[in-house]
Design a protein around this ligand. Structure first.
Ligand code: BGC
Length: 797
């Protein structure tokens, strides 16, 4: 195998910093109150190195390979000092009392090396459910709890900042990192992101809300120029970040790789200063995504305070720019001050003695419970689920039943100690599994594994072709087992977008597996259930009529098999709802026409390196462009406004019980500043369950065109016993009525009649009411920022 001999950084400036130390005057060490004095005492070199991290070895480089705990095990770029396997570290300057800060991925749990050379201890972390699953819980309290557990591992393993949550919008189902992101809707993204930040930071460690902003594709991610209107930015792509910043004040924000309207996000003063700080009041610091952007000096000026993972070249460029008066020292000092303001709160600065022993058993329980809450029951004909007491003998089909996918790949992957497959989970729940079928799959997968090329750094593992099941075997199973389960799996990850064929769409062997098994079981009067172990949206319309039930299990972290078993057995009644639409077909997706953009020029020859596939993740930028022509019509905003029927709509999800909605009442008929909507939800069925109540608003058309409806509030009931009811209240604010008017750079609410729609999904509206707004309101004036330099022919409703 070709090896990469590519080492980015490495020179630890520790040596030179020591030299500076000798010339250092005595100064009061860093404290919350001495930040300005400490900055004054720093030399220019110290300052320049401080705002550029200590660097890291790229995946595949000799340094990273050497550090790999198990030869060949995937190691995303990492640093080795302090917390091995963390993604990045800042320089310490001991003589000034400045400690290092350790930053580690990522959204589904802490990502560090699980083992260390010459150390018999282990440093596994809990793999929690992916963000797409967490979003489907619609439960801010639950996400807070997951955040607490994750943050506790950050603290106890000696890291300072978790590189998450990831809050980009699901603009297109093919984005390879959608599993790390929450939803197609900014309100869910913002509210759950804020809860995650608050949960993690409750442990005294930081978060990095990423990737700011409009990073909605992985193809050419370092050189993709996103052309998008101010209105779509403010209402869709920035709104989730705004909510998280205003409601949770994260310690840090990570700027994204892409360009927005011609300027790299990390070099973009409109984004990082005008919008983030002036409009929203962000108080922490901004770091780049790893190796993001090009011009270190422009990044400093834009308000990208810290460059990660950092390189001596960047530090040198900053030093040169200050000496040549091209970078104002005050800008550098400002950026350092922002970093130090956070650093003094960090556990390493406070001298926290971490244990390296978080309570893994407790966190595994949180992971298991959280996963059950976000699984979505898409179909349940003839009450095939839950599996009744007479349904104990199972025939379990599908490769993924045996090799479960716990989460996606890349920096969002976690090194967990174990993962529970579906078959293990089912056995643990007391089900009997057909031995012959298990053995057939076991032998097939072992043989396929042996032939499988080793997974290289940062790459997706090659999928194993779905096993073809002999009709005679299926017939035997249909006679012997009570019910069939068929799992379909998908994986994706950083650096790559998904494809339509054989990924978004099921392939022929998967479709034939579902058909053959379901037909055989139906022939003898038995049922077949499909389980989707996927990280993002897939096609379901062409095959969904075949099975009796479909459970969208997502990727539930290390306990996935147990969590699925909890839902199948009825121990947990599913209450997950889709936070992204499942369209009938890929071509229905409004961005299908332009995703993932067009390449403007091929990579320059000198940018090519030995291992093209691998390095394309980080380098080989091909200048490319994408125009967000659909404007604000993303996800259900598009489908509902333009009459496109989806396969499963936004907000959809079944339960083992049913709910009745009643008594919607509004605090007044006219809007005068604030208003409350109250509704009662009753469990009208026979199983205890939870319902997600969704509040949509349809606004009158005026100067600004409006989507048919938009989510403006949501809440999940407590576990309601049969017959039990709960009354929920939603607050409607001027912001809920407003849209962004680019002509005046402000959020405006236009006079007219507004409709409130309370539903169990975006298409299952149960209660409606209306109120009037008598006069136009200017809700908030914002900076004029990120104006596209080319006209966009945007979709309007
Ligand atoms: C990813 C980030 C991640 C960083 C550090 C980058 O490649 O885009 O999400 O936090 O690496 O691992």
């Amino acid at each position: 195998m070709k090896k990469i001999r590519f080492l980015v950084v490495i020179v630890m400036a520790g040596v030179s910093l020591l030299a500076f130390a000798q010339s250092q005057k005595r100064v009061e060490p860093l404290s919350k109150d001495s930040i300005k004095k400490v900055i004054q005492a720093m030399t220019l070199e110290q300052k320049a190195y401080f705002v550029t991290g200590t660097g890291m070895s790229l995946p595949g480089s000799p340094a990273a390979e050497d550090a790999a705990p198990v030869p060949g095990a995937p190691v995303v770029g990492q640093t080795q000092n302090l917390v091995p396997g963390a993604a990045g570290t800042t320089y310490e300057i001991p003589e000034l009392g400045i400690t290092a800060m350790v930053m580690a991925d990522g959204p589904a749990g802490l990502r560090i090396s699980p083992t260390r050379k010459g150390d018999s201890g282990t440093y596994y972390c809990t793999a929690f459910p992916v963000a797409t699953l967490l979003a489907s819980t619609w439960d801010t309290d639950l996400v807070f709890k997951v955040g607490q557990a994750m943050g506790n591992e950050v603290l106890e393993y000696g890291a300072d900042v978790l590189l998450g949550p990831a809050m980009n919008i699901h603009r297109n189902p093919l984005c390879g990192r959608n599993f790390e992101y929450y939803s197609e809707d900014p309100l869910i993204t913002g509210k759950l992101g804020a809860s995650m930040v608050n949960g993690v930071e409750s442990q005294g460690v930081g978060t990095s809300v990423k990737h700011f902003a409009a990073n909605n594709a992985e193809t050419n991610r370092n050189a993709l120029n996103t052309i998008v209107s101010e209105r779509a930015l403010r209402e869709i792509y920035l709104e989730g970040f705004r909510i998280a910043v205003e409601e949770a004040q994260p310690w840090t924000v990570m700027s994204s790789y892409n360009l927005i309207n011609g300027v790299h996000a990390s070099e973009n003063p409109d984004l990082l200063t005008k919008i983030l700080r002036e409009d929203w009041g962000f108080k922490g610091f901004v770091m780049t995504d790893w190796f993001g952007g090009i011009d270190a000096v422009a990044q400093m000026k834009a308000g990208n305070d810290l460059l990660m993972p950092g390189s001596p070249d960047q530090a040198k460029a900053i030093i040169r720019a200050v000496r040549e008066n091209k970078l104002d020292k005050a800008v550098l000092n400002r950026n350092i001050e922002r970093i130090l303001n956070i650093l003094v709160q960090s556990p390493r600065f406070k001298g926290y003695k971490y244990s390296n022993k978080p309570d893994m058993a407790a966190h595994a329980r949180i992971s298991r419970d959280a996963a059950t809450e976000g699984m979505v029951l898409l179909k349940n004909d003839r009450a095939a689920l839950p599996l009744s007491s007479g349904m104990r003998n199972l025939a379990v089909f599908g490769n993924t039943s045996y090799e479960i996918i716990t989460g996606g790949t890349g920096s969002g992957d976690v090194n967990e100690a174990y993962s529970v497959s579906l078959v293990e989970g089912l056995k643990g729940a007391g089900f009997a599994l057909n031995e012959e079928l298990q053995k057939t799959y076991g032998d097939y997968l072992a043989a396929a594994q042996a032939k499988r090329p080793p997974t290289r750094q940062f790459m997706l593992p090659a999928p194993i072709a779905e096993m073809t099941v002999e009709p005679a075997l299926v017939a035997r199973m249909a006679t012997g087992a009570d019910v069939a389960l068929i799992t379909i799996g998908r994986n994706s990850g950083e650096g790559y977008d998904r494809k339509v064929d054989n990924d978004f769409d099921l392939n022929d062997s998967e479709k034939s597996l579902i058909k053959t098994v379901a037909e055989a079981f139906h022939t003898v009067g038995k049922k077949a259930v499909v389980i989707l172990n996927v990280g993002g949206v897939i096609e379901t319309a062409s095959w969904r009529d075949i099975p009796d039930s479909i459970l969208l299990a997502w990727q539930g972290g290390q306990e996935t098999g147990n969590s699925i078993a909890d839902v199948l057995s009825g121990k947990v009644n599913p209450s997950g709802k889709l936070a992204s639409t499942f369209p009938m077909r890929y071509q229905d997706v409004p961005s299908a026409r332009n995703f993932p953009g067009v390449v403007l020029e091929e990579a320059k020859p000198e940018a090519k390196v030995e291992d093209e596939d691998l390095m394309s993740v980080f380098r080989r930028p091909k200048a490319s462009r994408i125009v967000y022509e659909e404007g604000i019509y993303v996800g259900y905003r598009y489908y509902e406004s333009f009459g496109i029927k989806p396969a499963y709509e936004f907000g959809y999800g079944l339960s083992y019980t049913t709910f009745e909605f009643s008594g919607l009442s509004m605090s007044s008929q006219k809007f005068s500043g604030r208003m409350t909507a109250t509704v009662t939800v009753k469990n009208a069925g026979r199983a205890a369950g939870k319902e997600v109540v969704q509040l949509y608003i349809s606004a009158p058309a005026g100067k600004l065109h409006k989507p048919a409806l938009e989510l403006k509030g949501f809440a999940k009931t407590r576990l309601l016993k049969p017959g039990e009811a709960q009354t929920l209240s939603f607050e409607i604010t001027p912001r809920s009525l407003s849209s962004f008017d680019p002509a005046s750079s402000s959020w405006i609410a236009e006079a007219g009649r507004y409709e409130i729609k309370i539903g169990s999904s975006s298409r299952d509206i149960r209660q409606t009411a209306a109120f009037d707004l008598d006069r136009d309101l200017t809700v908030k004036k914002e900076s004029t920022a990120l104006v596209p330099s080319v006209p966009i022919n945007e979709l309007k409703h």
